[in-house]
Design a protein around this ligand. Structure first.
Ligand SMILES: Nc1ncnc2c1ncn2[C@@H]1O[C@H](COP(=O)(O)OP(=O)(O)OP(=O)(O)O)[C@@H](O)[C@H]1O
Length: 304
């Protein structure tokens, strides 16, 4: 699948601090790419660089196969919808009128308004003043603005921030439906692992400005696979005996972590240890959670 966004060695320095370091993002076409990282990791800065709102210190950005430059920036941006920080709207105008203004500015036909109101499920509230909207409705109005003109790419920065659980769920479902229903690619940032887990097809994890993981969501799940932990009365010798059998052994405190063997394999290897007069005193099954992996990758406790 072609990459809709590709960055190469993207860096941003603020003062003497390099806040985004050598970022090589690859966002495949049709993906919901979850850009995950703790607060202050550099997510917003990266998204703003892609949208031309912040100038990169170095590196390049390719969108729709074209390297973004001062010359082609505007036509490229026309095909990108975005929601960065809180959406801005005219509070004294209703939802429909707010969208009408954007339509006029973008030179789009008015029928676009009904289309986007339908997608974000605001049809019934379109005549209500935006000031009287709930936070979730305001956020959906912001999303509707971003959807005007059917952009091929949507960039959303923490779109569920501040919403209640029902609003979060609604926004999540909306985002998930966009690739299929509107043929879009979505790049969405979040500091919530569970949120990305529930809506993304692809994941990029950023920590202190560096990309520490990038792959399909299933690859992240595979990292959380089961393992066997054994404890023996001589872990050093056990490790070398098992390694001689070409088994990957990881030492963790007083345990040795082994791949998830089936019962027969496990019986065979423990027998091997007995034959070397090593006594096995504990055998446990370990499950690495996604939270553990996030912690390992970022050194920061996960937000759920
Ligand atoms: N305009 C700026 N001038 C100086 N430093 C900045 C500026 N914008 C962001 N930073 C710094 O860059 C780092 C990354 O910030 P950024 O907002 O990109 O992180 P983030 O991952 O989006 O986090 P959050 O979810 O908290 O917004 C932070 O240390 C922040 O203080």
């Amino acid at each position: 699948m072609a990459d809709i966004i590709k960055t190469n060695g993207l860096c941003k320095q603020y003062g003497k601090y390099l806040r985004v370091k050598d970022l090589d993002l690859s966002v495949p076409e049709g993906a919901v790419y979850g850009f995950l990282g703790p607060n202050g990791a550099g997510k917003s800065t990266t998204l703003k660089m892609i949208l031309g709102l912040v100038k990169p210190t170095s590196g390049s950005i390719t969108v729709f196969g074209k390297t973004v430059s001062a010359k082609n920036r505007i036509p490229i941006l026309k095909d990108i919808g975005s929601l960065i920080e809180s959406p801005s709207y005219y509070g004294h105008l209703n939802g429909y009128e707010n969208l009408q203004i954007i339509c006029t500015l973008k030179g789009l036909p008015e029928k676009e308004i009904d289309r986007v109101l339908h997608i974000v499920r605001l049809e019934k509230q379109k005549d209500k003043k935006a000031d009287q909207y709930s936070l979730g409705m305001k956020q959906r109005l912001g999303l509707a603005c971003a959807l005007l003109g059917s952009p091929k790419l949507l960039i959303l920065d923490e779109p569920t921030n501040g919403l209640d659980p029902a609003g979060i769920q609604e926004m999540r479902e909306l985002i998930c439906s966009l690739p299929k229903e509107c043929g879009m690619t979505v790049l969405v940032s979040s500091h919530l692992l569970s949120e990305i887990d529930q809506m993304a097809t692809n994941v990029g994890i950023i920590s202190k400005g560096e990309l520490v993981f990038q792959n399909g969501l299933s690859a992240l799940h595979q990292k959380s696979s089961r393992r066997i932990a054994i404890r023996t009365l001589d872990n050093e010798r056990s490790a070398s005996i098992l390694q001689e059998q070409e088994i990957a052994v990881e030492k963790q405190q007083e345990y040795l972590l082994l791949p998830a063997f089936d019962d027969l394999e496990l019986a065979r290897y423990t027998k091997k240890l007995f034959e070397h007069n090593i006594q096995v005193v504990r055998i446990e099954q370990r499950e690495k959670s996604l939270e553990d992996i996030f912690l390992e990758l970022t050194g920061t406790a996960v937000s759920l």
